[in-house]
Design a protein around this ligand. Sequence first.
Ligand code: CMP
Length: 143
Amino acid sequence: SLERTLSIIKPDAVRRQLIGPILSRFEAAQLTPVAIKMLHLTQAQAEGFYAEHKGKPFFDGLVEFMTSGPITVQVLQGENAITHYREVIGKTDPTQADAGTVRADFAESMRFNAVHGSDSPASASREIAFFFTDDEICPPVEV
Ligand code: CMP
């Protein structure tokens, strides 16, 4: 079915001028951007976004990394977008990611892994709403 997922291009990839190449992978995979913005997360925003990982050994490093520079956040729409996007980006650990995936080609490590994606419909709803109001998603819905 037609779904939307929340995608992030992380500070490592923005720093390495990979916004264009990474968005191209999504478009080539029929994952169509319907909202895009660039921002630099505050500590509170990064901790809130990744709240489910609070207490894990990598949490502090994750927050430090995610606040280290600008990111792009985008809503991508397509058939089975949540699962399909995760196939396009590959596994969290780039050494485990299939050849041709975004992380296999652009990620440096488990932490510096270039992109994020929602892992379920519930996460997608929460994460899209974390960054976007309904009227920022194109086409806006008339109310
Ligand atoms: P992401 O998809 O953004 O969701 C949580 C992030 O935590 C993940 O990508 C990785 O960047 C990071 N992460 C998960 N596991 C580890 C780990 N074992 N060591 C370091 N970072 C991790």
